[in-house]
Design a protein around this ligand. Sequence first.
Ligand code: SAM
Ligand code: SF4
Length: 338
Amino acid sequence: MMNYQENVGLLTDPFGRQITYLRISVTDRCNFRCVYCMPPQGVPHVPHNRIMRYEEIVAFVQVAARQGIQKVRITGGEPLVRADLPRLVEMISAIEGIEEISLTTNGILLEKYASALASAGLRRVNVSLDTLSAEKFARITRGGELEKVLRGIAAAEACGLTPIKINTVIMRGINDDELIDLAKLTLDHPWILRFIELMPIENQQTWGDGFPPPGEIFMPVREVMDILQPLGLKEVDLAGDSGPAIPYRLEGGIGTVGFISPLTEQHFCQRCNRLRLTADGHLRPCLMSDVEIPILPALRGGEPILPLLQEAVNRKPASHQLARHVSPNGRCMIQIGG
Ligand code: SAM
Ligand code: SF4
C-alpha cells in the first residue's frame, strides 16, 4: 500500500534552489552503445524485478508533484526500448501539478512511437545527434543508423512534439570538424540545438579503434563559440525557456544554438533545479556525485516516501567537484540516466 498522506510543501535545498524538475530514467537498457556513455562490452543489466514498475514511478511522482515538482523528463538508457512507454506518459500526465512531460531519446524508435507518445500527453522531445555523417554516427553509437534517427525527428515534428531539441556532445578529434554544419541546421529547422561538454562519467577507458585517447577529446564550449562566431552568433531571449543553455541565433536562423557547459561554467550548478530517479529506484541529488537514496524498499513496503524525497533535496551539493578532478565512479551515464 502506498501512503498518500504526504504534506504539501515546496522542495528547497540548503542553498536556496527550488527543485521543480524531475528526470526519470525508465530503463538501463539501450539499443545503442555510445562511446561516451558506456564501455564497448556494455554494462550488466539490473534484473527486471529491481526496475521500477510504472505504478511505482507514478506513486513517487504523485508525492513529488505535491511538493512542487512541475516538469518531468523521461530518459534512460533508451526510454523507447521499455515496453508501452506511452502508458507511463499518460499516467504521469494525469497527475495534478505536472505541467510538462518531455523525453530524451536517441531517436531510433521515434518514427514508430511519436504519434502514440503525443496522444498520451508528451509535450516534446530531445534527440541526441552528434554528427551528420552516417559512417561516423555508426561508429559513435556502435551501430546506430543516422537515417532512421532523422526520420524519427521528422515524425516527432509532424506530431507536434516541438520545439525539437537536439543534444550534441562536443568531441575534439571526432565531431569538431562538423560544428559549423551542425549549427547551420538551425538555419533551415526551428530546432533548439545544444552543444554539450563531454562529462567524465566512467568513460575514461579507450573508446576503440579510430578514436583519440579519452583524455584528449574534451573541448570547452568557449572554443565552439569562437568557431561559430563568424556565422553571426547573437544571444536571444527565449523568456526563460532554454534550460541550462543560453540560446543564440545564427544570422538568418530560425532555430537556436545553445551551449551547456557543466564543466567550464562556474554558475552552472547555481541554476540547478533538478533531481534524478534511476531506473532501479534511487534518487540522485546530483548527476556528478555518487550519493543515491534508495526509494524502492519504502515504496514496496508501503512506507512514506516524502522523507526520502526531502533527504535527496537536502543532500544536493552546492556544486559538482569536476573542476577539482573528482568525478563519480559508481555508474556510467546509461545506468544513471542522462
Ligand atoms: N538514450 C537517450 C539519448 O541518447 O538521448 C537518453 C539517455 S542519454 C544517457 C541522455 C543524454 O546524455 C544524451 O543526449 C547523451 O548524448 C548524453 N550523454 C551521455 N553520456 C554523456 C557524457 N559522458 N557527457 C555528456 N553527455 C552525455
Ligand atoms: Fe544509449 Fe543514449 Fe547512452 Fe547512447 S547516450 S548509449 S543512446 S543511453
